[in-house]
Design a protein around this ligand. Structure first.
Ligand code: FAD
Length: 443
């Protein structure tokens, strides 16, 4: 029998890529830990579910609400700075770009980050968001502590001193263990990065890849499918003091980041969508349009780039030592197919970490990311490459498109059962469940 509760317009949830949608029964925007506790206790008593979202940048339905949707906006801001311990605590819904600016004003910086900063702190860490580099791991590995409201409505603090077993697992918690209310990050003094962006051939880039990763702190490569062209970014940490950096001029930054990478690229994608046969030629033009440049800037200004062209993405982490062979095999399959791929394939690395569900758990990793424009059917392309990535021991990014289920994810993680045991302990009634979590965690 239907109830009299009518969904309100703002109960409609849609993710950034537009690939996933859901309608919640109600939406709340908690402004305090007490309000989160209240919502969770009410849901538990009523036998319903609660899903807190970040900024909806995950490509999967991992943040899809089924009953109560919690928005993060009122749970934002810096709470504490400890210069002795070199940690900063912020509310879980703080967007990364706000944290980066606040840290800059404090003369501090995160160790590493991904290529955008729109996400919330909780959303980014919960899915294992990472940047690139052989030494500095993903955002969750930079966590020194966290506070969450469990499925029983208890407030639990976790750090090296207090509940360290919870900290270990909940850093990449998939939104399945509790509602995070605050996060404490290890930070370092503000660092200036020297950036070198350089077009290379496929062969030159692959031949020198290990050397580049050993020599530069952060290496990011983009291969333009159907061409021999790569764009390679090598970012090196410098001893320059903040204020001594030489950022690109406003015109150069506008030309490369806004016009070439976003506006022109967006236009080329639209042409490619209408005439897929032109894509190989378009990719050759796009690959050539990006030119060599060097500049230096504060770390977050180098790592983060505007992304105005919307897309769908699948990303896998494979063991570092097989990465280049897996990339070659993916190229072989793309070359042999009739797919027309407008978006570059992104290649990054990350060092091993100790977080049970981190895609880099226990092994140095090589990340391969595949994209299609937002309105393009991705199933043949992603589905055609996923078996290669899985066979190589690949682990899919928790926030990006994949088809894996609990049964075949479990063997990819030697601590998968520890995660399930923690979930049983912290959310025995599955207050935080949704269909996506039932698929990837098993119930
Ligand atoms: C343009 C773009 C660029 C990207 N670049 C990168 C990149 O460089 N590297 C990378 O690794 N990934 C990248 N991603 C993926 C992205 O970082 C992740 O999908 C991330 O989870 C999105 O954060 P969000 O705040 O939007 O969270 P959402 O997608 O809204 O939520 C993600 C998960 O976090 C949970 N969650 C959110 N808030 C809370 C809370 N307070 N307590 C408990 N659980 C919570 C949600 O329930 C859900 O399970 C990119 C995505 C896009 C769209």
């Amino acid at each position: 029998m239907s109830t009299s509760v009518q969904p309100l317009p703002d109960c409609h949830w849609r993710n950034w890529s537009g690939l996933e949608e859901a309608t919640a029964r109600q939406v709340e925007s908690p402004a305090s830990v007490g309000e989160v506790v209240d919502v969770v206790r009410r849901a538990r008593t009523a036998g319903t579910t609660v899903k807190m979202t970040g900024t909806d940048h995950s490509f999967t339905a991992i943040a899809a609400p089924e009953h109560t949707l919690l928005r993060p906006e009122a749970l934002s801001g810096i709470l504490a700075v400890d210069r002795e311990a070199m940690t900063v605590t912020a509310r879980a819904g703080t967007p990364l770009h706000e944290l980066n600016l606040a840290l800059e004003r404090l003369g501090l910086s995160l160790h590493n980050m991904g290529d955008i900063a729109e996400q919330t702190l909780a959303g980014a860490t919960s899915t294992g968001t990472h940047g690139t580099g052989g030494t500095a791991a993903g955002l969750a590995a930079q966590l020194a502590g966290l506070e969450l409201v469990t499925g029983t409505g208890d407030v639990l603090r976790a750090s090296a001193q207090e509940n360290p077993d919870v900290l270990e697992v909940a850093r990449v918690g998939l939104g399945a263990l509790g509602i995070l209310t605050s996060l404490t990050f290890h930070v370092e003094p503000l660092v200036v990065i020297e950036a070198h962006e350089q077009p290379m051939t496929w062969a030159a880039a692959l031949d020198s890849y290990d050397e580049m990763v050993a020599g530069a702190h952060h290496v990011d490569m983009y291969w333009f499918p159907h061409t021999d062209r790569m764009m390679v970014k090598q970012n090196v940490r410098t001893d320059l003091e903040p204020g001594e950096q030489e950022p690109p001029s406003r015109l150069a930054a506008w030309w490369e980041d806004e016009l070439v990478s976003n506006t022109v690229f967006g236009g080329l994608c639209r042409v490619g969508s209408r005439a897929p046969g032109l894509i190989p030629r378009i990719n050759r033009v796009a690959g050539r349009a990006l030119s060599e440049r060097r500049y230096s800037d504060l770390a977050h200004r180098v790592f983060v780039t505007p992304r105005r062209v919307r897309f769908r993405e699948m990303e896998y982490a494979v063991p570092r030592e097989v990465g280049l062979d897996v990339l070659r095999e993916c190229r072989r399959v793309i070359d042999a197919s009739d797919w027309r791929i407008a978006f570059p394939v992104e290649i990054r690395t990350a060092p091993a970490d100790d977080i049970p569900l981190s895609t880099s758990h226990g092994r140095d990793s090589f990340y391969l990311a595949f994209h299609v424009p937002q309105d393009t059917d991705h199933t043949a392309y992603f589905g055609g490459l996923e078996p290669i990535l899985r066979e190589a021991g690949g682990r899919p990014h928790w926030g990006k498109v994949h088809t894996r289920t609990a049964a075949d994810l479990a063997p990819a993680y030697d601590r998968f059962d520890d995660f399930l045991a923690m979930r049983e302990r912290l959310d025995p009634d599955r207050v935080f469940a949704n269909a996506h979590l039932r698929r990837v965690l098993g119930d």
